[in-house]
Design a protein around this ligand. Structure first.
Ligand code: ZN
Length: 191
């Protein structure tokens, strides 16, 4: 089922996700719905907070982006990132392994808004997959950026927290409008 994606101004986006200890049927359904939702929205990644669930669940699929490469090492061996897609990460732990680089980012909870964000180019990742098994890999490029963006979501951190003050100022009016629209929608629901 395609779920509604909550937008900036929704309190769920600021919630830290609870650790997933067991992949219950409910978690399995959430993962299936998040994959469907990400695909429908043509997103590269989606975190549980974006469908109003405060859990450490993220899904990623970089296959739709052909102009921004990703690298992947599994057990030290170069592997096609496509082999890992779509990627489901529960409780991910991410360790930066080199210097930060600047790259463009957007977010499904901030439609049409983009900013350059500085993040480590490559990271080591350890997480549980949708089967509750531990997965470990090293990745770079777009995949590393997408994973770090989703990891932020799982902690209630948004890309507006990481963009330059100047860029945030440029987007101020659009951000305020989006936030007001979201809050108005929530108020209507509450009535
Ligand atoms: Zn996002």
């Amino acid at each position: 089922m395609v779920l509604p994606i909550v937008k900036y101004g929704h309190p769920a986006l600021r919630q830290r996700g609870a650790t997933v200890t067991v992949v219950t049927p409910e978690i399995r359904q959430l993962i299936a719905d998040m994959l469907e939702t990400m695909l429908a929205a043509r997103g590269v990644g989606l975190a549980a907070q974006q469908v109003a669930q405060a859990l450490q669940v993220a899904v990623i699929d970089v296959r739709g982006v052909t102009d921004r490469p990703s690298t992947l090492l599994v057990a030290g061996q170069p592997t096609s990132p496509e082999a890992l897609m779509p990627l489901v990460l529960l409780n991910p732990v991410v360790t930066p392994i080199n210097a930060a680089v600047i790259g463009p980012e957007g977010c499904l909870s901030f439609p049409e808004l983009y900013a350059d964000i500085s993040r480590p180019e490559s990271v080591d990742v350890e997480a549980l997959n949708e089967h509750g098994q531990t997965v470990r890999f090293r990745c770079g490029g777009l995949l590393a950026r997408a994973i770090q963006h989703e990891l932020d979501h799982l902690r209630g951190v948004l890309f507006i927290d990481r963009m330059s003050r100047a860029r945030k100022e440029e987007l101020r009016e659009e951000l305020d409008e989006l936030q007001a629209e979201t809050k108005a929608g929530l108020a209507k629901l509450a009535r």
